[in-house]
Design a binder for this molecule. Sequence first.
Ligand SMILES: Nc1ncnc2c1ncn2[C@@H]1O[C@H](COP(=O)(O)OP(=O)(O)O)[C@@H](O)[C@H]1O
Ligand SMILES: CC(=O)N[C@@H](CCC(=O)OP(=O)(O)O)C(=O)O
Length: 271
Amino acid sequence: MKNVVVKVGGEVVSSPEADAIAEDVRALVEGFHRVAVVHGGGPQASALQKTLGLETRMVAGRRYTDPATLEVMKYVVAGKVNVDLCAKLLAHGVVGVGLHGASGHVLQAARRPPQVMTGAGPDPVDLGLVGDVTGFNLPLLGDLQERGYVPVLACLGCDAAGQPLNINGDTVASQLAAALRADALVLVTSTPGVLRDVKDPSSRVPRMTRADFARGVADGSISGGMIPKLEESFEVLARGARSIVIVGKLSPGELLRAVLEPGSVGTVLEA
Ligand SMILES: Nc1ncnc2c1ncn2[C@@H]1O[C@H](COP(=O)(O)OP(=O)(O)O)[C@@H](O)[C@H]1O
Ligand SMILES: CC(=O)N[C@@H](CCC(=O)OP(=O)(O)O)C(=O)O
């Protein structure tokens, strides 16, 4: 029995690939593995911001979140994306339970103080209503999994005073993997892993170390959302996570292989 955290990026939730993922989650659950799903919704949030005439401000892959932006995140991430993903799982025989941070206080957070960020220059950055994960309601997640449900967590946290906070989906997933001491964390994104050249889908990097990551940021070949994804992942690896793999453009069966045969799909991160 493996304890598996699967993070699905927003772009993937609305793509046909979601069927392959849901099917593989079913296979994992049927194989008596414990699965928790975390999802984002960044592209959908940016699209709604545009429709509403709101500016999207990303700083090194993270969204500057003012009160209006937080409203958008609630509508999109805890709303449409969570519903669509639970419905997709259901269509493949997986009963997901949709959750956000304020629900069961499953995702506990504290507002992030201004800090220097990789890829965003030397000065501290204040991201507004963005949170850092402080904990999870693990008993609630465990109870759900025990009864055959798959928790489906939207990446919105909530602090003890009841303030919802926007958190990068990869951050939530990697912190959850650490808290659960997961056997595998699979980050499903819109590219088939980390690419040497972001414009060339065939340039997949099969294995990557922290030093490779630092070099990629410095030479500009790793940018945008890939920076926080890798940064959080390497931190969790350093704290003892067992297996982290970045995958994407999945065909049926490939998510399963990423969990059961690490190294066969995507980019495996090495401590
Ligand atoms: N070297 C790279 N390899 C793959 N993707 C990269 C790379 N550098 C930048 N990216 C960008 O990072 C994006 C993935 O991050 P993000 O959009 O945050 O994904 P997700 O929504 O799945 O969390 C890719 O779509 C790509 O545009
Ligand atoms: C603080 C922060 O940046 N939060 C992210 C949360 C959504 C997310 O991570 O979505 P993907 O997984 O689809 O990228 C954002 O607002 O875009």
